[in-house]
Design a protein around this ligand. Structure first.
Ligand code: AMP
Length: 185
């Protein structure tokens, strides 16, 4: 069995960027609920239409929709050799649902990318200009940060000493090196 890695961190913390680099290095699929929801919205599927109202304002999509999405994704053959979760779980009920799905196959590494709030807002505003993501406007960014503090941050305590806190500031390459060192230890 390969690695089962979770990337935790605030929006704009660099999870997606780093997860893509780690995926290339380890050859395990990158399971990003944000990417999956954006794909569903772009395809106009039933799930996409339901998710849109939440994603567009920076709220969390209801747990049952996201848990079903992840459960289906992790059951696919390419995830049998490990995976990298990014953006899920996002709250305690999702973490509990994941623990139930995984059973004895617990996550082996939980990486928390630590970035301070001013830096996050600056990064997200920049991304808004470059990528034009509909949820990267200032009001939604502030709301996503509130959601992060209220719903996602408690996962740090939930996972306890299994969390490896990584300094998420500096160049993309520097951050990647810190993560690679942590994953190798
Ligand atoms: P992300 O790309 O991870 O920042 O996610 C973008 C948006 O997708 C979030 O602001 C939520 O609206 C939604 N989303 C992503 N992952 C989840 C999740 N695990 N639970 C609920 N909503 C999610």
């Amino acid at each position: 069995m390969g690695r089962r890695i979770l990337f935790l961190g605030p929006p704009g913390g660099g999870k997606g960027t780093q997860a893509k680099m780690v995926r290339r290095a380890l050859g395990v699929p990158h399971v990003s609920t944000g990417d999956m929801l954006r794909e569903a919205m772009a395809s106009g599927s039933d799930l996409g239409r339901r998710a849109e109202a939440y994603v567009s304002v920076g709220d969390l999509v209801p747990d049952e929709l996201v848990v079903a999405l992840v459960e289906e994704r992790l059951a696919r053959e390419d995830a049998a050799g490990g995976y990298l979760l990014d953006g899920f779980p996002r709250n305690l009920p999702q973490a509990e649902a994941l623990a139930e799905v995984l059973g004895d196959e617990a996550l082996d590494t939980i990486v928390y990318l630590d970035v301070d709030e001013d830096e996050i807002i600056a990064r997200l505003l920049k991304r808004a200009q470059i990528e034009g993501r509909a949820d990267d406007n200032e009001e939604t960014i502030r709301h996503r940060l509130e959601v992060f503090h209220g719903e996602t941050e408690p996962l740090i305590a939930y996972y306890g000493d299994r969390v490896r806190r990584i300094d998420g500031t500096g160049s993309v390459e520097d951050i990647y090196c810190r993560i690679a060192l942590e994953l190798a230890s």
